[in-house]
Every structure is written in structure tokens, then in C-alpha cells.
Design a protein around this ligand. Structure first.
Ligand code: SF4
Ligand code: SF4
Length: 132
């Protein structure tokens, strides 16, 4: 059986802070489709637009969609979907340590080398589905 490299602990750390990830055009479209609202409505309710930068609103120190988990999960931005299995981990163990320090869902027990082997497989799968 393949080792699990990650299992979300629902700690919410990645959805907290004073800013969120930025949304690209595809993210906006996916979110609007998922919420079944047009852009103006989504923008009014959920987004913070500063110049050309689109982020999600922050409420009580977390993303507006956070409520003990992501309430817009199928329509979330790709950067959210990518976290914490970030390609940069493969390039540098320091990135692995930094991301591991922020995310308790990473399986640290297996060590960096085996983690990278598992991550490579996961990223290859994700690439096929267009999420990278
Ligand atoms: S920081 Fe990691 S474990 Fe916590 S909610 Fe985010 S993905 Fe899940
Ligand atoms: S969209 Fe979902 S996963 Fe992304 S920051 Fe907001 S609550 Fe978290």
C-alpha cells in the first residue's frame, strides 16, 4: 500500500491571516460557477479587489469561506487546492521544513526522500487533471 504523504487535520491555519491567495481568471470563473452567481455578486459578497489583485475577503482573521473547513471547496482557488503539496518541496528540503512547520497534515514520519517520491506521484496525477 502506498504511504500517505498528507492528510488534512482541519486545523485551519492555511485559511487564516490578513490576506488570502490571489485569484486568477480561471479561479474567478470556477468560483462563480460553483456559487452559481455572476461576478458582480461574488465580488460584492466575497472578494477584495485591489487594482488587478483579487483576493477573498477576510472576516475575523480568516478567509470569508472558512467555517471549520473550506465552504467553497470545489470552487476554491488553485493555490488553495495546491497547498500544502507544493512543487517547491521537491527542489529544496528547506521548503519541506518550512511547509511542514505550517501544516500539521504533512506526514513527516516518512522523511524527506520518501515524501518527495510520494509527492512526485501526486503532482503527476494532478498535472493530468489540469490542477497545476
Ligand atoms: S494547514 Fe494543513 S492541516 Fe491545517 S487546514 Fe491547512 S492543509 Fe489542513
Ligand atoms: S478558499 Fe477555502 S481553502 Fe482557500 S483560504 Fe478560503 S477557506 Fe481556505
Amino acid at each position: 500500500m502506498e504511504e500517505k504523504i498528507f492528510e488534512c487535520q482541519q486545523c485551519g491555519y492555511c485559511c487564516h491571516g490578513e490576506t488570502t491567495v490571489s485569484l486568477n481568471e480561471d479561479d474567478v470563473k470556477r468560483m462563480c460557477d460553483h456559487l452559481q452567481m455572476d461576478f458582480d455578486e461574488v465580488k460584492e459578497r466575497y472578494l477584495r479587489v485591489t487594482g488587478s489583485t483579487i483576493q477573498m475577503k477576510i472576516v475575523d482573521g480568516h478567509c470569508i469561506f472558512y467555517d471549520k473547513g473550506c465552504t467553497v471547496h470545489p470552487g476554491r482557488p488553485w493555490r488553495c487546492a495546491q497547498w500544502p503539496l507544493h512543487q517547491s518541496i521537491l527542489a529544496d528540503e528547506a521548503n519541506f521544513r518550512a511547509i511542514t512547520a505550517s501544516c500539521p497534515g504533512i506526514n513527516q514520519e516518512i522523511g524527506y526522500k520518501r515524501f518527495c517520491e510520494g509527492l512526485s506521484k501526486v503532482l503527476a496525477e494532478k498535472e493530468k487533471t489540469g490542477w497545476l
